[in-house]
Design a protein around this ligand. Sequence first.
Ligand SMILES: Cc1ncc(COP(=O)(O)O)c(C=O)c1O
Length: 443
Amino acid sequence: MSSTSTSGPLTTGPWPLTADRDAHGALTIGGVSVVALAEEHGTPLWVVDEQDLRRRCQRYVEGFPGVDVTYASKAWCTVGILQLVDEEGLLIDVASGGELHTALVAGVAPDRLVLHGNNKSVAELDQALEVGVGRIVVDSFDELERLQRLAAARDVVADVWLRITPGIDAHTHEYVRTGHDDAKFGFTLSLGLADEAFTRSLDLANVEVVGIHAHIGSQIFGTDPFIANAEVMLDLLARWRDEHAVTLAELNLGGGMGIRYTHEDHPVEVARYGKAVLEAVEERCAALDYPRPRLVVEPGRAIVGPSTVTVYEVGTVKPLPGLTTWVSVDGGMSDNIRPALYDAEHEVALANRVSQASPRSVTVVGKHCESGDLVREHAPLPEDLQVGDLLAVAATGAYTASMASNYNRLVRPAAVLVRDGRVRPLVRRETLEDLVRNDVPIR
Ligand SMILES: Cc1ncc(COP(=O)(O)O)c(C=O)c1O
């Protein structure tokens, strides 16, 4: 469905797999009308298409045969989502004690977890050692020492990957670029920091470097940056083998695959991406005479992003003659910060009915006290759009709920998982009581 179309199924473009229209013209996901969902769970509401989400996990596993596909849970971390991803056989990366706790509550085996973070606290590192997470990704010299101390105190050896900053400039928004030299993450290769980290680690009795990791950024289209990353990392492994006589057996190539937010986005098919990266790895390993390492990839957005739509209710429509028509919905930057943070665009559709009225360009905004509180600029929506209509915003599964706030003291929305006409709650809607739960009165 194109953004200008207001009828028919929504089976193409940025909408989830099972998106369709019922006999009344209402958008359905997983066979459930969003009108019924909005009535029962309120708006805004995150609606997750279970089949879509499972299918994306499966496509990754099939597209990367023999590779450990690891879900980057920062994209969306709830107990239910992690259980689903775990059921599909993915490992899980966590980037804080809170994400780690969520994974443990979800029942994920600790050895299937990877701990990331550029400033892990002592408590987080110690928690990881205590429960026995599979791999810790060491990000700095401070952390290397800290981990040695903590592991020695527990009399264990921590299996780690060194996070390398490979000097690859992925062409994406500057806030989601991470592989360029001057980044806050990892050991910069070009400055010799990666070498120094590896050399220092060889003297540490309780930290065992078993591999290396690099994540070059997010929402990347095309395969070239990923291939370049794989080649740089393999070259590094081969050089360390030659210089230190140590053959590291694990290579994590990070996440970052782009997804379709609007019809203008053309992401690479997972199968093509997997084939390109695996072929590049095979070739480079052969050229370097290096045994193919255990490979890991870490998609977040590409797993959970396209599976979800956010449903809002229109509260006001304000046409300014000769200027903008402002359409305000009942959420905004507190449930989706991406437009404000990255100038991100999401496709928007009328969700409770179809309309034959011609489209006009409107700007959909949230209800927050910020002019930057955009949902979508220049959205082509039918001229007869009115107060009380429902709007659906596509591809909101990644970095929306996980970045949600209570700005203006809005309660955070509920999330539901839908499939074959069945609705399962994933997250309950916060209450006003939740908002003041941690406030301490002074009189
Ligand atoms: C270390 C690491 N791995 C994986 C990811 C996932 O990236 P994406 O959601 O773009 O796939 C991120 C995202 O920030 C990351 O920092």
